[in-house]
Design a binder for this molecule. Structure first.
Ligand SMILES: [Zn+2]
Length: 224
């Protein structure tokens, strides 16, 4: 009996010690979790690097590798649908990039005088070519020339596309220098996206510094 009592007591003690150390381990883990939360709060947030008008055999591959080599693995490519046929190697680079492929219309037209059905069909065709390539159905659109009216808003809404308006304008489409593009992107804030294009050498040259400057400011990168 005595032995059995001793055994029971020591078992109870071991169980208590076990529970205490179990609790302690979890307290430490919780502390580690809190530390991670603090780091996340300290970071400046994410920015969304976006590129319109591709695919483009002359620039797409370099664009993608410049971003990744600088440490940016999340970006959004707004696809100009009817350029795909003549830019197949760039399109394959898009598909293999892991970046988000979103809608920049099929014909990239000035749609100001178009009917609802014309607008709808044009954006729908771009959605379709992206989905036919095995990618998710686009949920975002960059409007050609950033031009908008009620017909365009309604057609995009019917297609499940929300309009992404740039928060920073690099003027890369107007021949901006590499330095100007870099300086524009230095004005990005958390959640922002710059208007840039997969078309210009100066954009490609600016990207390593753009990415590094954003990282140095504490930003991460996200894609739509
Ligand atoms: Zn465009």
């Amino acid at each position: 009996m005595k032995q059995a009592t001793k055994f029971l007591m020591s078992s109870a003690m071991m169980l208590t010690i076990g529970l205490l150390s179990f609790t302690n381990v979890h307290a430490q883990e919780n502390k580690a979790d809190l530390a991670e939360v603090k780091v996340a709060v300290a970071a400046a947030g994410n920015v969304y690097l976006t590129f319109d008008d591709g695919p483009n055999n002359a620039t797409s591959q370099t664009l993608i590798s410049n971003l990744k080599n600088a440490g940016c693995y999340q970006a959004t490519l707004f696809v100009w649908g009817n350029k795909i046929a003549n830019n197949q190697s760039a399109w394959n680079a898009y598909l293999n990039s892991g970046f988000s492929l979103q809608n920049h219309s099929w014909t990239h037209s000035q749609m100001g005088s178009w009917s609802y059905q014309q607008v709808y069909n044009d954006f729908q065709k771009c959605n379709q070519v992206i989905q036919n390539a095995g990618k998710p159905k686009p949920t975002k659109v960059r409007l050609p020339y950033l031009y908008n009216n009620n017909t365009i808003t309604q057609a995009c809404s019917a297609l499940g596309l929300s309009i992404v308006t740039p928060t920073v304008y690099t003027s890369d489409w107007e021949g901006a220098s590499t330095e100007t593009i870099i300086n524009s992107c230095n004005n990005l804030k958390a959640g922002g996206n710059p208007l840039m294009h997969d078309s210009y050498q100066n954009t490609l040259r600016a990207l390593p510094t753009v990415v590094n400057n954003l990282k140095n400011r504490g930003f991460g990168f996200a894609q739509y």
